[in-house]
Design a protein around this ligand. Structure first.
Ligand SMILES: [Zn+2]
Length: 223
């Protein structure tokens, strides 16, 4: 892909806008402020700048939407991030709870040449260590399949598709139960009112709190 020629802060905004659209189908400025931990006025300023660069469309009191150029740039940064995470995990044995933080910094600075070399060394991979799809060189990304673990029914035989990548403590906790992408899980019970879930993982029964379970995407196992 082409080289990213905007500031790191702008790149982080594009990523946040992408994430919000992926989660909720929209990116209100209030949600952006919360996700980035900045004041609403800063979000307004930055969104105006991004709009001047024709990367987003922005109307006060409405959400922020990507232009095709903005979306392409966001996907390039996400490609960097996810490739770096996988490279660190596979080639350098960095634990899966630490790769995200490293990638947050490195994603802004690696050259296109390094990106290509990492992709080649990893055999043009499709998913990062947390199960998130890696956008292709041309900016295509496959939609994630499956649904949230907390929305599944008792008795469902499931396979972990993806877990949230940004909380190291949570990742260590999930890892301690063997909850990695690709792990098979049987959902035994789900307590009401956002209570804990009971799961069988590798023949062992586990209780998993609702908040932790919310970070896990699963798909039904093929029969
Ligand atoms: Zn990450």
């Amino acid at each position: 892909m082409e080289r990213v020629a905007i500031s790191q802060a702008m790149q982080d905004y594009l990523k946040a806008i992408y994430k919000l659209h992926e989660q909720n189908g929209q990116a209100p400025t209030s949600a952006l402020a919360e996700m980035l931990g900045v004041a609403p006025a800063s979000v307004t300023n930055m969104c105006k700048k991004l709009a001047e660069l024709h990367l987003v469309e922005y109307e006060p009191y409405q959400g922020v939407r990507f232009t095709p150029a903005g979306q392409k740039l966001a996907l390039e940064i996400i490609r960097h991030h996810r490739l770096i995470e996988l490279y660190l995990a596979e080639a350098l044995n960095v634990p899966w709870d630490r790769v995200h933080e490293e990638a947050e910094r490195l994603e802004h600075v690696i050259s296109e040449d390094l990106e290509e070399r990492m992709a080649a060394a990893l055999g043009d991979p499709q998913f990062d260590p947390h199960g998130a799809p890696i956008p292709s060189r041309s900016g295509a990304i496959s939609p994630q399949s499956g649904g949230r673990l907390v929305d599944m029914r008792p008795g469902d035989r499931l396979i972990v598709v993806e877990v949230d990548d940004d909380d190291p403590e949570l990742l260590r906790y999930l890892g301690s139960m063997g909850l990695y992408p690709g792990t098979k899980v049987l959902l035994l019970a789900r307590a009401p009112f956002e209570g804990p879930l009971t799961l069988t993982i590798d023949q062992t029964q586990h209780n998993l709190g609702y908040q932790a379970a919310k970070s896990i995407l699963v798909a039904l196992q093929e029969q």
